[in-house]
Ligand binder design. Sequence first.
Ligand SMILES: Nc1nc2c(ncn2[C@@H]2O[C@H](COP(=O)(O)OP(=O)(O)OP(=O)(O)O)[C@@H](O)[C@H]2O)c(=O)[nH]1
Ligand SMILES: C[S@@+](CC[C@H](N)C(=O)[O-])C[C@H]1O[C@@H](n2cnc3c(N)ncnc32)[C@H](O)[C@@H]1O
Ligand code: SF4
Ligand code: SF4
Length: 326
Amino acid sequence: MELIDSFGRRINYLRLSVTDRCNLRCSYCMPAEGVEKLAHGDILSYEDLFRIARAAVAIGIEKIRITGGEPLVRKGIVPFLARIAAIEGLRQLVLTTNGLLLPEMAADLRSAGVQRLNISLDSLRADTFRAITRIGELQRVLDGIAAADAAGFPPPKINMVVMRGVNDGEVADFARLTIDRPCTVRFIEYMPATRENNWQSLTVPGREILDRISASYELEPVEKGACAGPSRDFRIRGAAGTLGVITAVSGHFCGDCNRVRVTSTGMAKSCLFSDEGFDLRPFLETSDPIILQEALRRIVGVKPERHGMSACKAEHQAFSMAKIGG
Ligand SMILES: Nc1nc2c(ncn2[C@@H]2O[C@H](COP(=O)(O)OP(=O)(O)OP(=O)(O)O)[C@@H](O)[C@H]2O)c(=O)[nH]1
Ligand SMILES: C[S@@+](CC[C@H](N)C(=O)[O-])C[C@H]1O[C@@H](n2cnc3c(N)ncnc32)[C@H](O)[C@@H]1O
Ligand code: SF4
Ligand code: SF4
């Protein structure tokens, strides 16, 4: 079954956030004190998250990305993932993580059926990493990446949010990682998660990132696979791995958008930058799966053509990336 929105885009990818809590405090994602603590009952149970996932697959979703906050901090995540992995019709179960808990959990995640990991890593320098994450230890993420490898995961996609004057001096170092290793590094344009003044000064446009890499290396475009995300991918000629840019602000990949989102409190979002969410909780009160499927279809039906943000203005309400899941 194909799920098509009102602009003719095929929607086959659900980003499902399982928590808004996190063991880091990245400056671009949440305030120093962390997210406001939600009452226990506000977070959907695993049973309800599972029902949403199953309903989404029934109407045409083929890929589910588990995100957060940090998904691995939620207790009971491994058995939940195993249940999701077993949903008939789901082609890909993948997860985005900051990597801190992978040394303990990578093997269990693999056995549960997670197919691939995207790991966020914004600096290869311990002091810069600490400054960005406020509390993080770089070595733990590097150990996490090694643990994922040892557990048999395919080489990870490493997500680096590039911020001018903060870590943009490391773009070439990250690009070089792909020469000998078959990993993928994606450079993400910094997006305004809050209504900060002057956020544009932090965003380094994808074009500039590519120009900087091209100054030293020859880049060849790489084809995207089915159910792929918004990254535009390249390979340094002869390199083992690939690199990509996610031009969340400057580039308009909205024309190829294939996704919807559900937060850990049950708010469905048709676009990352939609100001409104659609509360799925009333639709979870009945056991009739069709009602939930119709609610999800409604989200797809109101999906906007594109976000209204540009490099010169940010017309959206302040929101927390950790609540939405990126
Ligand atoms: N503007 C925008 N940014 C997105 C969208 N999807 C993901 N991103 C951003 O892309 C970055 C990487 O996201 P990931 O969680 O790794 O997911 P992905 O890029 O879809 O991953 P793949 O499915 O592996 O390609 C994060 O900063 C996200 O916020 C989107 O639909 N719109
Ligand atoms: C919200 S996090 C959730 C998953 C996990 N905690 C992690 O960091 O990978 C998902 C992705 O969103 C990205 N992200 C968060 N805030 C962002 C911002 N303001 N601009 C661009 N990307 C952002 C993160 O770097 C991460 O790759
Ligand atoms: S980007 Fe991920 S790791 Fe960093 S604070 Fe947000 S949720 Fe946590
Ligand atoms: S900004 Fe909205 S429409 Fe554009 S790619 Fe992201 S989710 Fe899709």
